[in-house]
Design a protein around this ligand. Structure first.
Ligand code: ADP
Ligand code: ADP
Ligand code: ZN
Length: 214
């Protein structure tokens, strides 16, 4: 199963990704997570990516595309993968298509999670992430059992640097300008499943998994 999760920042891509990859036993490839991991380890890539991420801008295509190309060529991606947060520009989408064609592979589905701007802002600013295992919570909508502590691994929860209201607004604008055109791009290829991202987490997952079975 080769899947893409599309949707604005805060739509719930990461949340759905973590259940989908368990169900289908495929790797979860989040370009945002890859960048944050590089920032944490203070790599050259991390330093370059951080300049853009802190401003709410996209990291340049040439930095992102090669990472994803390498990642999907790895052994654990043989039976499929889930891309979360990639592609984010038409250029990235075309680069992915070219790479898949070369590998004689095809995408199965592009899941587009739709959420309006007011809710997106609430979701992003209330988001908390586990420092150790990356699990995602929300202070109101999906709180951990104990304040500030991960249910799964007892790790410390933190707020992402780019989840401040001004940066979130910028990221949503960037999404509308640069990423939203991909919905059309994949709709023309007959690949898009649109889901209402304002529904509860498990309802959304049910809708996605039904469509993937069918
Ligand atoms: P969200 O899902 O909340 O938008 P992500 O974790 O997917 O956040 O991405 C965080 C940031 O990482 C983005 O705002 C952007 O700066 C950078 N980034 C992630 N994926 C890409 C990509 N495919 N192309 C360019 N920049 C990216
Ligand atoms: P994305 O990866 O698209 O940026 P996340 O999966 O990180 O989005 O979700 C953003 C925030 O919204 C998180 O705090 C998450 O717990 C919360 N969230 C995700 N899905 C839902 C939902 N269906 N209803 C309410 N809150 C949600
Ligand atoms: Zn954890």
């Amino acid at each position: 199963m080769r899947l893409i999760l599309l949707g604005p920042p805060g739509a719930g891509k990461g949340t759905q990704a973590s259940v989908i990859v368990k169900e289908y036993n495929i790797p979860h490839i989040s370009t945002g997570d890859i960048f944050r991991d590089n920032i944490k380890r203070d790599t050259e890539l991390g330093k370059r990516a951080k300049e853009y991420m802190d401003k709410g801008l996209l990291v340049p295509d040439e930095l992102v595309v090669s990472i994803v190309k390498d990642r999907i060529a790895e052994d654990d991606c043989r039976d499929g993968f889930l891309l979360d947060g990639f592609p984010r520009t038409i250029n990235q989408g075309e680069a992915l298509d070219a790479e898949l064609e070369q590998m004689s592979l095809e995408l199965d589905k592009v899941v587009n999670i739709d959420v309006g701007v007011e809710i997106l802002i609430q979701r992003a600013i209330g988001r908390r992430v586990c420092r150790d295992c990356g699990a995602t919570y929300h202070v109101e909508f999906s709180p951990p059992r104990t304040d500030g502590i991960c249910d799964i691994c007892n790790g410390e929860l933190f707020q992402r640097d780019d989840d401040k209201v001004e940066t979130v607004k910028r990221r949503i604008e960037v999404y509308n300008e640069q990423t939203e055109p991909l919905i059309d791009y994949y709709t023309k290829k007959g690949l898009v499943l649109n889901v209402d991202g304002t529904k509860p987490i498990d309802e959304i997952f049910e809708k996605i998994s039904k469509s993937l079975m069918g």
